[in-house]
Design a protein around this ligand. Sequence first.
Ligand code: UTP
Length: 297
Amino acid sequence: MNQPVRKAVFPVAGLGTRFLPATKAMPKEMLPVVDRPLIQHVVDEAREAGIEHFIFVTGRNKGVIEDHFDWQFELEMALLERQKHAALEFMSQDLPIPGSTSFTRQQEPLGLGHAVWCARELIGREPFALLLPDVLVQHTPGCLAQMLEAARELDDKVNVVAVEEVPHERVDQYGVVGVGTAKGKTFTITTMVEKPRPERAPSNLILTGRYILQPEILDVLQTQERGAGGEIQLTDAMIQLSHTQNFYGLKFEGRSFDCGSKIGFLAANVSYALGRKDIAPGFRVEIKRILDELNGD
Ligand code: UTP
C-alpha cells in the first residue's frame, strides 16, 4: 500500500443499549477499563500506529467524549495547586496535539456503515483506519500497528481487515470471512457474510472491529440500502467494494475483548488490571479472596 494511512475514524454514536442503565446519561465509549475510558484505549492504539488525525462520529449525549480530549482548565489548576504532578503529567500525555481531532455528528444511529459515511468530508480521498471503540485488543504492538505493517507489504489500493477465530457455533453473531491464498502474514478474502448460520459460514474467522479502508467505500456507502436490523451495514458495503478492490485479512496477535458485551467488558477489566504492575499484586489478592469466599473455603 503506497499511500500512507494518516486518519482514523472512531464511530461513537451508538445507543449502547446493552449497557443500560449505565449508558442512560453516559456514553458507552466512556466506560472505564481500569482507569482509562474505552475510547482512550482505542485512541492510544491508533496513536501508537502513527495515526495523525482522529475523527470521531458522535451523536446525542456524547459531548463528554469531546471534553475528554480537551484541556480541562479548572481541573489542571486544582491539580497544580495541590502539587499532583504525576496526575498532571498523565493528563498532558493523553492530550491530542491541537488540530488533530475532528468531531462530526451522526444525527440518527442508522448503523456502522452510515456512521462511517457521516465522516466522508473529514476523511477526504485517502485510505483511512476504522476502529470500533468497544473492541479492545491487548497486545504490543497494537492491532492497528500490526495491520499497517502488513499493509505496507501489499499492493496499492487494498483494504485490510483484522480477523480472529471463534468457535464455529458462535459465527452467527459476527461478520465472517472466506479464506483465499496467503500473502505474507495476510490472506486474500474470498467472501464476507454478516451473521451466517454456522452450517453456511465460509470459515470461523470473524471481523474484529479494525479496518483499513480505501476511500471508495464512501462512494458505495453513499447509495447503500439498509440491511440487517434496518441499519446501513458496513459489511454490505465492503462486499460490494470487494468486486472491484482486493480485501486482505490479518490474523492479528493479541487477545481481543468485546467490550460491547458485559462479559467481554468485565474480562477486559480483569485482564488489563492484571497487566498493570501497580495494580496486579493487590488485585490478585482480591480476586483470590472473592473466589475463595464463593467456593466456601
Ligand atoms: P455497536 O452496535 O456495538 O454499538 O456498534 P451500540 O449500537 O451502541 O450498542 P448496543 O448494541 O446498543 O449495546 C459498534 C460501534 O459503532 C458505533 C457505536 O457507538 C459503537 O462504538 N455506532 C453504531 C455508531 O457510531 N453509529 C451507529 O449507528 C451504530
